[in-house]
Structures are given as structure tokens and as C-alpha cells.
Design a protein around this ligand. Structure first.
Ligand code: AMP
Length: 398
């Protein structure tokens, strides 16, 4: 099956055409700055990147460009749009409405609309992507794959906050968790790699990128995760603070004369690695500064590592038996130094790294622990788009 995977943002439309038989991406690309000075870039069959300015005033026009590009004979991706068997959409928030991927019908659109209140930045553009596809390809089946769905198996003890219960009942304030598609994908891949049955597989998945989250997975199901009601909670991220004492919010509002929106902005966009280091949200840049002797860069890395280790420790206790600790996403897949620091000194818990293998790991799933360890440390490249494509196929074949 050929599935067009769509990830629609407020002014962008990211896509990938995936063959679910070969698991290969046929092409991928993005339309950015929809609405003003739009730019379209895509990858050719021989993996060259081509960029051009286009006139796309809305998501429907952006999608039309993408589809014209897909069927352009010069690119040799597909001969006609009939070859696109289905469309799979990344939808950020499914709240308690969705615990699995679903075929998009009228009542699903209504439910996604309802979730906009909880995810006002993400769900409305996701919905725009869905509506644009319905307009341009009305006969192609569409499936929604939710970032939150994997974590819907969490027990109440993991998802309730200790605030008055009525706020959960009235407003749905609880932990939802995000990056679910990635956590689920790397869990599946790791179980397969270690030849374990998914429903008997326990792991801690560390999705460490610009946004980061960690999940505790018991018998293949998420039982806890670090992100919460929003993606702000949890480990230190590129520009997000992760968990802090909530009293800091009120103190800052008073002292700096800020309103709620301004503090929200600081915690989401000016904190994390960027705020602490004063250098960058990109760990590679911070690492370069650390090598030059910049102390704030060094302490930023230490704070990041400590925040990750706290979750690993907590989830080891929560799971009891851990078959694998998994590192994935930009930092988790590429930064051997962070991986090394995150699991150093855990020998007494049966967690050991083969340092050379860890340093050499690149591009493919790798067991970073020495032979015979009960708890494996794995680097698993994530592939959320492939997971969305496979889910889309799975839902439609049901
Ligand atoms: P992601 O959000 O998964 O695309 O991850 C992006 C982040 O991964 C960047 O902000 C970098 O901090 C980090 N990253 C990517 N490549 C490397 C690398 N080779 N070494 C260290 N960090 C990296």
C-alpha cells in the first residue's frame, strides 16, 4: 500500500509518501510559511533536495502543490494520484477520546475539534490538514494517528495530578503524554530485535530530541510518561523548561510584572537548554562551547543528564524488571556522550554500556550493552512516519 503521511502545522505541511510493503519512503518534503512567501522543498529519487518559492495561501493550495509534485512525470514518484491508497495524519491530541488510530469520519472530525480546547496550538492545524485532504482527494480513505493514544493505557495513579479532582472532571486536567507514536515504534522495534514477545516486554523509552519525553512501558503498554497535560512537563528540552516548581510561575509574574501568556512563552520558548546555557537549544552547539571551557555550557549538560536519569531511576522502580533502556530521536540516536552519562554508574542495577559500541553506533538499531546483560541498552532510530503509514494500513485492513 502507498500511504501519504501528513503532518500539518500552523503554517507548514510536512509529508512523506511511504510504501508499506518495502517500508521505504518514496519521497518526502515540506511546504513552509504557508500564507506568505511559501517555500516548497522535496527530496528526489536520488535523495537530492530541491527548493522553490511557491504561492500557497492556505493548506489546500499547499497540498495541491504537493500532489502535483508527486505525480509529475519528471520525478517518477507515482504515475497518477490513484496510486495513493490512503492518507495518514499525525494528530497531536486525542485526549481520552482516542486510544488508537481511527479512520476519519464526520464524528472523528467532531471529536478532534473537541480536543482543540486542550491543544489549541496543534490540533487546529492538524484538522486543517485533514480538511484540505478531504477537499482535494475526497475518495481517498484517511486515518488519524494520535500522539497521545499510546499513553491512554496509563493507570489513574500515573495520570492524575494531586489537585482538586473536580478540575480533572471539569476540564480534563490530567497527564496525557506525547510522542506516543515514537515510543510505540521503538518499543515494537526493540522487542522484535531482542526476539521478545511484545506483550511480555518491559522497557524505558527515552525520546530525546528538541522536544523530549521518557516512557515506562510494561508488557508493551505505556504505564507512565514524563510529559503531562502539555508537552512542557518532564525532562529538560531544547527550549522548554521541563518540570519546575509551579510556585516559580507566580513569583515571576509578580517580580517581573508578567502576564500568564508571557510566562508561558518563557517556559516553552526561552527555557531548557537555550535558557540555561544562554547559547543555543542545539546540544551540538552547547557541546562545542563546553569544549572551549564554557562553564554554563557544562552545567547545562549536567542538568539535562540529571533530569533524564531521574526518570530512568523512577521508571526502573515502577517497572521492577526492565528488558531494555532505549535511546531515540535527535539526541538519543546521535549523542553517544549523553547516552554514556545517562547510564553511567548503574552497574549495580545490571546496566552496563560497551563504550566502544556506544561510540560507534550510527543509523541502525544497536545493542550498546555487552553480551548477556539482563537489561539491554539500545539505540533505536525512530520513524514516526512509518508507524503512521503502518497504522493507516492496519486500520483500513480491519
Ligand atoms: P529532533 O527533535 O529529534 O529532530 O532532535 C533535534 C536535536 O537533536 C537537535 O536540537 C540537537 O540538539 C540534537 N542532535 C541532532 N544531531 C546530533 C548529534 N550528532 N549530536 C548531538 N546532538 C544532536
Amino acid at each position: 500500500m502507498k500511504v501519504l503521511v501528513i503532518n500539518a502545522g500552523s503554517s507548514s505541511l510536512k509529508y512523506q509518501l511511504i510504501d508499506t510493503i518495502t517500508h521505504q519512503s518514496i519521497t518526502k518534503g515540506i511546504v513552509e510559511r504557508i500564507g506568505a512567501d511559501a517555500e516548497f522543498s522535496f527530496s528526489t529519487r536520488d535523495d537530492r533536495k530541491i527548493k522553490s518559492a511557491i504561492d500557497a495561501k492556505n493548506h489546500t493550495q499547499a497540498l495541491t502543490y504537493v500532489l502535483d509534485n508527486l505525480k509529475d512525470p519528471a520525478n517518477a514518484f507515482i504515475k497518477s494520484l490513484d496510486e495513493i491508497d490512503a492518507i495518514g495524519h499525525r494528530v497531536v491530541h486525542g485526549a481520552e477520546e482516542f486510544s488508537a488510530s481511527v479512520r476519519i469520519e464526520e464524528k472523528v472530525i467532531k471529536a478532534i475539534e473537541k480536543c482543540c480546547e486542550i491543544a489549541p496550538l496543534h490540533n487546529p492545524p492538524n484538522l486543517q490538514g485533514i480538511l484540505a485532504c478531504r477537499e482535494v482527494l475526497p475518495d481517498t480513505p484517511q486515518v488519524a494517528v494520535f500522539d497521545t493514544a499510546f499513553h491512554q493505557t496509563m493507570p489513574k495513579s500515573s495520570y492524575l495530578y494531586a489537585i482538586p479532582y473536580e478540575f480533572y472532571e471539569k476540564y480534563g486536567i490530567r497527564r496525557y503524554g506525547f510522542h506516543g507514536t515514537s515510543h510505540r515504534y521503538v518499543t515494537m522495534k526493540a522487542a522484535e530485535f531482542l526476539d521478545k514477545k511484545l506483550d511480555e516486554f518491559n522497557c524505558i523509552t527515552c525520546h530525546l530530541g528538541n522536544g523530549s519525553s521518557i516512557a515506562a512501558v510494561k508488557n508493551g503498554r505505556s504505564v507512565d510518561t514524563s510529559m503531562g497535560y502539555t508537552p512542557l512537563e518532564g525532562v529538560v528540552m531544547g527550549t522548554r523548561s521541563g518540570s519546575i516548581d509551579p510556585a516559580i510561575v507566580f513569583y515571576l509574574m509578580k517580580k517581573e510584572n508578567l502576564d500568564a501568556k508571557q510566562v508561558d512563552d518563557i517556559l516553552n520558548k526561552k527555557s531548557g537548554l537555550l535558557g540555561l546555557s544562554g547559547i543555543s537549544n542545539d546540544l551540538r552547539t552547547i557541546w562545542q562551547e563546553e569544549l572551549k571551557g564554557n562553564e554554563r555550557a557544562a552545567v547545562t549538560r549536567d542538568v539535562l543528564v540529571k533530569s533524564i536519569r531521574k526518570y530512568i531511576g523512577a521508571y526502573m522502580v515502577e517497572l521492577g524488571t526492565v528488558d531494555a533502556i532505549i535511546f531515540t530521536a535527535g539526541i538519543g540516536e546521535n549523542d553517544w556522550n549523553i547516552r554514556e552519562r545517562c547510564v553511567s554508574g548503574l552497574e549495580n542495577f545490571g546496566i552496563v554500556l560497551d563504550n566502544q559500541v556506544n561510540r560507534d553506533a550510527k543509523g541502525a538499531i544497536t545493542d550498546l550493552s555487552p553480551f548477556g546483560m539482563k537489561t539491554h541498552v539500545l539505540m533505536v532510530p525512530t520513524n514516526e512516519e512509518l508507524m503512521i503509514a503502518l497504522d493507516t494500513e492496519g486500520v483500513l485492513k480491519k
